[in-house]
Design a binder for this molecule. Sequence first.
Ligand SMILES: Nc1nc2c(ncn2[C@@H]2O[C@H](COP(=O)(O)OP(=O)(O)OP(=O)(O)O)[C@@H](O)[C@H]2O)c(=O)[nH]1
Ligand SMILES: [Zn+2]
Length: 337
Amino acid sequence: MSGRYGEHDVEHYERPRRRTRPRTKERPSYDDAVDGSVITVDRGRFTLLVEGRRVLAMKARPLGRKGVVVGDRVRVVGDVTGNDGSLARIVEVADRSTVLRRTADDDDPIERVIVANATQLVVVTALADPEPRSRWIDRALVAAYDAGLAPLLCLTKADLENPETLLSTYRSLGVPWVVTHRDADRRIVGLADLQTRLAGHTSVLIGTSGVGKSTLVNALVPDARRAIGHVNAVTGQGRHTSTSAIMLELPASTTAGGWIVDTPGIRSFGLAHVQPEHLIEAFPDLDEMTEECPRGCTHGDDEPECGLDEAIAEGTADPERVASFRRLLAARSVTDY
Ligand SMILES: Nc1nc2c(ncn2[C@@H]2O[C@H](COP(=O)(O)OP(=O)(O)OP(=O)(O)O)[C@@H](O)[C@H]2O)c(=O)[nH]1
Ligand SMILES: [Zn+2]
């Protein structure tokens, strides 16, 4: 088999693994395995898309405690018909190109991966009702940059408030944005711009309660409710009560291919692991200015000899851009957002 399905995934990079047994001989070979993608997870059961069919699956024993999350590309064996009562087995998980983590909380001290292999993070914020919270937006952007996802600001409810004030805060970072509002007929205006931005991506939509994320999901995937209902029928749950992310395909008629991942109940990101050195790589122009920084410089406001300050003094750096980057740096550690 090719190197696509590796022994390690990103989640486990930090922990070097001890290999006590040679991993040949006794291992079953999975020549008959087929490819699938995880579209939702519910209490240890995985709904996969396999050759266009929804297939319910569990993890096979050899995977051990290795996590399998929405967006994972997997190999499956067993009953992959997707028929009622069928249950397939996930035997391998492909290396992940990206991982997005949710923050640790009181119940669970570990920052767990919530979505794998996404390419874009859509930060959904209402312009009013509820008021936008820029610290929350900053944290979402840090999560995107750190995970290597393209960020997109989606500003909703422009019928209630002009987007200019909020946009001025993010312009110097160069974050792309779309603005939507609802018209008198309750149609979403600006949807086409959003669809253009979603084309070809696997986009995770994230937003706090009430910002209009469900309204967008329903407008983007008109049968989203049915798709989600179908998943529940498969998992045997009457209602979608879990907070797992769910991956939905955008209709080909409106978008040139693409997927969205809705994240009900997921409101915050794990940023404890984010290193300044990694974050600044998302801004190559700034990164270049930090080559002469003292060892261990965090490039923050309080660093005495940071190259970013020198660049501002020399007139080669845009002070607003540096200030915005430093605001993001600081957002890593705020707890009040
Ligand atoms: N004025 C206005 N209201 C909107 C717009 N989009 C959605 N809403 C309303 O905002 C409220 C929240 O919308 P939802 O789509 O349920 O928001 P959500 O982000 O999914 O919220 P949760 O379900 O709590 O996660 C609803 O009453 C919507 O009708 C908009 O563009 N303009
Ligand atoms: Zn520095």
